[in-house]
Ligand binder design. Structure first.
Ligand SMILES: C=C(O[C@@H]1C=C(C(=O)O)C=C[C@H]1O)C(=O)O
Length: 380
């Protein structure tokens, strides 16, 4: 294992070294936010403060529901390091599953309800992403940085994040969002805009032949290709007005995590107006049908009715610098750590279309929980 990355430090009022309020580890580098210059619970305010130069940089998380409070901070220092967050794999206390929300049968029922709407002759709903949650209990307190280290060291390419949600207000104070998302919502570097939407999933296998066969089956699956098309079409519609050139391959390619195969499409475009920042772009494309559905409003209403408030699950997290550059990930394969440091709530969901099977959908969420559960050594 490599030595930990050197991190610039900020101190709190008592002079203690404060941990970074935001860390996003990616294969090509890590971004850390230190100290707090301004907190924003409104993404629109943060976006306008960036555009007008009132703040130089912003990092944090956007919720699933665009009208709910965001957890964004203009930090004192936004630090970039050239590698993934490398660290020793930490020792973790025993963590066990303490709750399943809703019960598995209820998730199957919710998917069945959605299928009734998706299959109705007079219905316009084409896709909806339904999720469920697990609560986890640790035997002793865990720091978010330790969870981050565990997540990054379990991820095959070094993805991982930890975000202090305090900026979103009293309800979120002291809570942290931790996870390892494989999905790039949007990235801006100069006038180059890229995204890597994922939709369509199949479980990995330890048998290499079966693993390959599953991947090839996914690539040819009409149901999964259909799920994927919704996301690509939505990104095209959001990005076309903002980009002078937009390159979207006709067919998705295979991509994987330790637990899953996904269909993914590398999207790239050239930004028309250089004053549009990475945060503006994230707000323009979120929520995509990878985590919400098609049409957006009907899917969001159904999610609200069946699941209630998702908080920061299925939102976005990332950063934007003084040049307007930045990277935003889709907030999946994640959990919220409570201020007590021992309770976590993990979420996982999947896209439902007319030819989905409710039990396969339940199984897909179970595999997706694996990202967090495997990294934290939770026995199932
Ligand atoms: C919603 C999640 O994942 C999303 C849904 C996918 C699908 O339905 O196939 C695949 C990747 C993600 O865009 C999740 O992990 O919770």
């Amino acid at each position: 294992m490599q030595a930990p990355v050197a991190v610039a430090t900020a101190t709190d009022r008592a002079g203690r070294i404060a941990p970074p309020s935001f860390v996003l580890s990616r294969p090509h580098g890590t971004v850390l936010a230190h100290g707090v210059h301004t907190r924003f619970d409104s993404a629109a305010d943060a976006a306008s403060a960036l555009r007008t130069g009132r703040v130089r940089t912003v990092a944090g998380a956007l919720p699933f529901a665009p009208d709910h409070p965001a957890a964004l901070t203009a930090p004192e220092v936004l630090e970039h390091t050239p590698t993934a967050f490398t660290t020793e794999t930490p020792a973790l206390p025993t963590i066990r599953i303490s709750g399943v929300m809703p019960a598995e049968g209820e998730h199957v029922d919710r998917v069945t309800t959605a299928l009734g709407l998706l299959r109705a002759d007079d219905n316009t709903l084409e896709k909806v992403v339904l999720a469920r949650a697990l609560t986890l209990e640790a035997e002793s307190r865990i720091d978010p940085e330790v969870l981050l280290a565990a997540l990054v060291s379990h991820d095959t390419v070094g993805n991982g994040f930890s975000v202090d949600l305090s900026a979103a207000g009293a309800q979120w104070f002291g809570r942290h969002l931790v996870g390892a998302s494989p999905e790039v919502l949007i990235r801006r570097r100069g006038d180059l805009v890229t995204a890597h939407p994922l939709a369509g999933s199949a479980p990995r296998s330890s048998d290499p032949e079966l693993d390959r066969a599953t991947a090839e089956e996914l690539r040819a699956s009409a149901k999964n290709l259909g799920e994927h098309t919704h996301v690509v079409d939505s990104l095209r519609a959001s990005l076309e007005p903002l980009c002078s050139e937009l390159d979207i391959p006709e067919h998705p390619s295979l991509t994987n995590t330790r637990q899953l195969w996904h269909l993914g499409t590398p999207v790239s475009g050239i930004l028309r107006d250089p004053s549009v920042t990475a945060l503006d772009l994230a707000l323009a494309v979120h929520p995509t049908p990878a985590i919400c559905g098609t049409p957006t409003e009907s899917a969001r209403d159904l999610i609200n009715e069946l699941e209630g408030d998702r908080g920061f699950y299925a939102g976005a997290l990332g950063w934007c610098d003084e040049n307007g550059d930045g990277e935003w990930m889709v907030t999946i394969r994640c959990a919220i750590l409570e201020p007590d440091g021992t309770t976590l709530t993990a979420h996982a969901g999947g896209g439902i279309v007319a030819d989905s099977d409710p039990f396969d959908e339940l199984a897909e969420t179970t595999v997706k929980f694996g990202t967090v559960l495997d990294a934290l050594g939770v026995r199932r």
